[in-house]
Unconditional design. Sequence first.
Length: 382
Amino acid sequence: MYNEFVHFARELYQTDDLIPLHTPLFQGNEKRYLLDTIDSTIVSSVGQYVDRFEQVVSDFTGAKYAIATVNGTSALHIALNLVGVESETEVITQSLTFIATCNAIRYCQATPVFVDVDQNTLGLSHKSLRAFLETNAEMRDDGNCWNMTTNRRIVACLPMHTLGFPAELDQLNQLCNQYNIALVEDAAESLGSFYKGQHTGTIGKIAAISFNGNKIITTGGGGMILTNDPERAKRARHITTTAKVPHQWDFVHDEIGYNYRLPNLNAALGVAQMESLPRYLKQKRTIAEQYQQWGEDYGVQFLKEPGNTHSNYWLNTLLTDSREERDQWLFKTNEMGIMTRPAWTPMHQLPINQDCMATDLSQTEWLFDRLINVPSSVNIKQ
C-alpha cells in the first residue's frame, strides 16, 4: 500500500525528489510588483499595494471590509479584541486546531474552553457546543452569557475551518445569537472555501485569514481581518497602526495599539497571488479528485467536502484505521521522500492548556489518532 501511494504521488507531482507538504507557487506578476514596490521605496506599512490587496480580498470574499496584518495570528488577536475578549473572559473553541488559535485567545488574557469537533467537517461541533452551553452557561441580568462553573463571562465562540473545510456555520451562528456570544471565524486556512455559497469568514461578526508561506496563496507572512461592521473595521485599522491619530507631523497615540499592519512589500506579493487564486483553486480541486479516486481504488478514505460547502482543499487528508496504522503511514512515506504529517497535537493535551475547561473530546482524539495530511501543492507541471 505504501509503495503504491508513493508511486501515485510521484506520478502526480512528476518528480523523484522530496515532495513537500505544501509549497508556494510564483508564476504571475510577483516579481514585477515586488520590483515596482522596491523602485517606489515605499516598502513598509503604507502604500498602494496594501490598499489594492485589501480591496481584492474584499471583492473575492464578499466581506465589506478587509484590513491587512502582518500574519494570521495578529489578525485573530485583533478580531477577538474587537468583540470584547479581555482578561477574565472565556472563548469557546476547538481543541483540534493550530496553536495560533489558542495563542490569540491568550494574548487577550482570556481563557480557552474546548468543545469537540465534527468528524465530517473537522470543525467545531454545534452539538458539542449546545451540550456545553446547556450544562454550563447561563444568561444573567447584564445580558451576557456566563460560565456557572468558572464564573467568567463567555464572550466569543471561535470555530476554525480546518484544512479548508467549512464548519457548520448556520447552527453555530444560531447558538451564538441565542446566548449573546460573538461568532469569530478562524478562516486562516479557508481562503476560497464557501458555506452555502457564502465565503468563510463573512458569516460571523469578524474573521481572520492567514497568508503564511504554506497557505493556498502567500505574502510570505501576512493576514487579513474580515468584517461587515464599519465601526469594527475602522477600529481595526486604527489599533493595528499603533493607534496613531492622523496628523501632518505630530505623533499622538490615543490608546494602546499594535504594530500589526502588513508591509507594502508583502502586499505586492499578495496582489499577484490573488490574480492566480482562481486557477489555484481549480487545480487543487483536480488534485483532490485524483487523491479521492486513488483512495477508492485502494480502499483508503480521503476526506471530502460536506454537503452545502465548497472547500479549497488546502491540504488533502486521509484517515487510517488506528494510531498504529497512522504512524506506519507517516514513517514509511516520509522515509521514501513523501512529506506527510499528522494533525496538530490537540490543544487540551498541551501542558500550557491544562487550566482550560473541556467537554468530552472523543471525536478530537479519534481524528488525531487517524488523520494524515498528504502533499497538496499546486504544481507548476500540473
